[in-house]
Design a protein around this ligand. Structure first.
Ligand SMILES: [Zn+2]
Ligand SMILES: [Zn+2]
Length: 314
């Protein structure tokens, strides 16, 4: 924590079609907000889509939404945190007014704002966020693990669907989300879960699975998934593609398949999962903020490991 708060900070800023590391003002925490010194931030496909202009975004915009850091200042009316607290943050900022919010499912608020898309995000030395999306980071979790909580939260959402541990399941895709999803299922007692690499030479068995979890949203991938799932089975949608995806609905209807989706589990459950399961083999290199283009390239290309940006003030 800085003794005297700086007034300017480094941040990865998107302005129109250009993305650069710029000096920008340090945000002031508004009413109900917490100012966090960002330690580490993970790079995600959503950040890359935003950087490429594939998603509707605020402009100018500081990118980044997966992060952990240290509380440095509190806005008015925030009593739950103190400067120096280690924290991780859920990037879904709920509206606080809708049915999902009233049902205490803020992570599923359909009217949410999203850090690094609709409002300034975490590829910066500091970020101000509402206190209700800030979670204490357990002492034995590293900032890297804390910054990985949002992908875990997304993977854990599959447990909210109607799939059952005794069914035969498939996670379609050969990437870290697929691997993480498989681990989440195993931890919940789902033992009969295969994974399938989309470039595999062996085609999937026909009508073989009670459910298929999608992590690769392309037309050909959906053709394969629809073929592999049994009649009356489920396809669980997990991806967040930037553009619409063609799905062979005639084949879906012929087999009376159920298409089900699940966005997030409660963020606290993701932190609890990380406290019990070692995922460090899914976590990759850390780059300086200035090298964000290298980090974006590595993350987009590698797929096996999460890439991070070190955001701590120098
Ligand atoms: Zn993400
Ligand atoms: Zn809401």
């Amino acid at each position: 924590m800085a003794d005297v708060m700086p007034t300017r900070m480094r941040a990865v800023v998107k302005r129109g079609t250009s993305v650069t590391v710029s000096q920008v003002p340090v945000p002031r925490p508004a009413h109900g907000e917490v100012l966090i010194g960002v330690e580490l931030a993970g790079v995600c496909r959503t950040d890359i889509y935003a950087a490429k202009g594939l998603l509707p975004c605020a402009d100018p915009l500081i990118l980044g939404h997966e992060f952990a850091g240290v509380v440095v200042a509190l806005g008015p009316e925030v009593h739950r945190f103190s400067p120096g607290d280690r924290v991780a943050v859920m990037p879904v900022i709920p509206c606080g007014l809708c049915r999902r919010c009233a049902a205490d499912e803020p992570e599923c608020c359909p009217h949410h704002d999203f850090l690094g898309v609709g409002r300034h995000g975490a590829f910066a030395e500091y970020v101000a966020v509402p206190a209700n999306v800030v979670h204490p980071l357990p002492d034995h979790l590293s900032f890297r693990e804390g910054a990985y909580a949002e992908p875990v939260c997304a993977a854990m959402a599959v447990r909210k669907t109607a799939i059952h541990p005794r069914e035969r399941g498939l996670v379609y895709g050969d990437n870290r989300i697929a691997e993480l999803t498989k681990r989440v299922l195993h931890s919940a007692g789902f033992d009969i879960v295969d994974t399938y690499a989309e470039d595999s030479a062996t085609p999937l068995e026909t009508d073989a699975y009670d459910y298929v979890i999608e992590t690769r949203p392309t037309g050909p991938a959906f053709d394969e998934m629809i073929r592999a799932v049994r009649p009356g089975g489920r396809i669980i949608l997990k991806s967040r593609p930037a553009a619409p995806v063609p799905i062979g609905l005639r084949a879906v209807l012929r087999k009376e398949l159920v298409l089900e989706s699940a966005s997030y589990a409660p963020f606290a459950e993701a932190l609890a999962f990380l406290a019990k399961h070692d995922v460090t083999d899914l976590l990759g290199d850390t780059y300086a903020l200035e090298d964000f283009t290298d980090a974006f390239t590595a993350d987009g290309a590698g797929e096996e490991r999460k890439t991070f940006l070190s955001c701590r003030p120098r």
